[in-house]
Write a protein that binds this ligand. Sequence first.
Ligand SMILES: [Zn+2]
Length: 372
Amino acid sequence: MGKLRTLYAILILLYLSFTLILKNNLFDFLVKNKIREETKNVSWVQKYGIPVLCYHHVISDMNEAKSLFHLQKSKFKEQIKWLKENGFSTISLEDFSKYLNNEPVLLPEKPVLITFDDGRKNFFRNARDILNEVDYKAVLFVYPGPIEKGHSYFLSWSELELLKNEGHEIQSHAYSHPNLSKLSAAEQNAEIMTSKEIIEKKLNIKVNWLAYPFGVYNHTTVNELKKENFKGAFTVFTSGNFAGEEKYSLKRTLILRDMSINDLAHKIMTVRLPLDNPTPSAGSVVVNEQTIRLNLPKQLIKENMRVEMGSDFVNSNQQISFSYNENTGLMQVDIKRITKRYLVITVSYNDGIGTYMQNSIMYNYGGWIPLS
Ligand SMILES: [Zn+2]
């Protein structure tokens, strides 16, 4: 009996330490031990997290392609086909939430969330059939402002009802698609709660997930979401999502016009470089030149790092200088005054065996006028 119990205890300890290493510290595990090749048996989710793809428009006529957010229907079809052929399965927000909260949940080997922002009509015309054909369920983040006005570019309540009945999920993108960080706490709360109440009432569903309009938010937004018991909120910072993830800065990979299948595969399957506590905080608005501080793992080799800065999400290829303190892990990056909508900072690390990256830092210049 005594021997069995000891053996049992040892097994549990081994299991726990192994799980902890893989779940919380995969980067350290890989980089410090230089054993990327020996981690083949790690599950896909443990390695890459759960990817969340962020689509906007799917269009059939390239003349409509006005911005980076307009994706051709044939390209969309190709991407969905690639996901299907490579074994990806869409999961529900409920299962996603359980995974984030470390609750028991049975996930497919390669789970993915396919999300659409803004609730545009072209989802109905161009994306719906392609998804339904392979039994993929999307999550649509809509804002009721223009729907209430019957705006023809937006999905109507009856179309959303139909999509709901087909198994797609509908959640909130605020009420009028504002830059939340410019609003007071009361105004932010009104945007969040008016949207929630209208969508819940119109579609008879529960709304407790938000996609930040423009990906922009601040501490007040997070406080309001916590107060209103939201289960999570999505940014547009690229990475997979891991168990224990900060739930009000969930990661999503933006899918843009010029992205190839290779780009998509690369974005989904890059091991995440831990980047914590950015100051100013990720998602906030910056206007003037300033120093951005980030926490990276300690004891990394500065020569293996690259910091790139861009003003869109596709080509962040302007390399910029930075400092890194290997004893504290503090990285400092001086940025210039930006005049574009976005500032994307991509930090990558290559240890000679693999590349780890995160572009989770995005700042929005304060001068963008909302779409609606
Ligand atoms: Zn949007």
